[in-house]
Design a protein around this ligand. Structure first.
Ligand code: PGA
Length: 251
């Protein structure tokens, strides 16, 4: 059975004390709760070790938002998958559209990052999603298929089965413009059908596929009720404990 997952993506927000306080607040709020999903908090690198140490509810895993495409060595400013793993983090968000766009992450770079993440027993949350003009031209399916074909669809069955996929239409990220429930369900069902073709029905049924893009406490219940939406990747609304916990409880 695939897991329901609500994953926060803090992006480049929160100082260390602020982030630690938010993580503890969320941890306390979910302690003892009977939840229907796994919670992941994607923090900046500087928070990973402190946040992982501070969590005690047993309900929250920590994610990095990126990792290097190299194993180790003279790469000033980079953080390796092994270093991420050593903090206690369990996930790495990879291929976010902001990384693809602002830091020029290509499929080749992402393939290296996915491989290193898996080698270090971390779970990639692999992001895909189309820009506005692609949606307007109604060619989003081909666009997302290519993103997957060039990267994670080249993994072995065993490796692919470890992944979480997040579909985030770029036009919906941070814009307040959520994809309609139908648009989100339709794309996630399409992605699952591609996984069936590539890896078979069983792996497809067991792959958690998340929706991201202006997901909030208000729209989460309807989105999460869709048969192919297994949770959300939450940006803005993950920065406030109450909002984030309400989304968690939408399952
Ligand atoms: P948003 O961001 O929820 O603020 O739209 C989502 C994301 O980029 O992961």
């Amino acid at each position: 059975m695939r897991k329901n997952i609500v994953a926060g993506n803090w992006k480049m927000n929160k100082t260390l004390p602020e982030g630690l306080a938010l993580a503890k607040e969320i941890d306390n709020a979910v302690k003892g709760e009977n939840l229907n999903c796994e919670i992941v908090i994607g923090t900046p690198f500087i928070h990973l070790a402190s946040v992982a140490d501070a969590l005690s509810s047993g309900k929250i895993a920590v994610a990095a938002q990126n990792c290097a495409d190299k194993i180790s060595g003279a790469y000033t400013g980079e953080v390796s998958a092994a270093q991420v793993k050593s903090t206690g983090a369990e996930y790495v968000i990879l291929g976010h559209s902001e990384r693809r766009e602002y830091y020029h992450e290509t499929s080749e770079i992402l393939n290296a990052k996915v491989a290193l993440t898996l080698e270090n027993q971390l779970i990639p949350i692999y992001c895909c999603g189309e820009p506005k003009q692609v949606r307007e031209a109604n060619t989003q399916n081909a666009y997302v298929k290519r993103q997957l074909d060039e990267t994670v669809f080249n993994l072995s069955e065993v490796d692919f089965a470890k992944l979480v996929i997040a579909y985030e239409p770029i036009w919906a990220i941070g814009t307040g413009l959520t994809a309609t429930t139908e648009q989100a369900q339709e794309m996630l069902a399409y992605i699952r059908s591609l996984i069936v073709e590539k890896f078979g029905k069983q792996i497809a049924e067991n792959t958690s596929i998340l929706y991201g893009g202006s997901c909030n406490a208000k729209n989460a219940p309807e989105l999460f009720a869709q048969p192919d939406i297994d949770g959300g990747l939450i940006g803005g609304a993950s920065l406030k404990c109450d909002d984030f916990v309400q989304i968690v409880k939408a399952f």
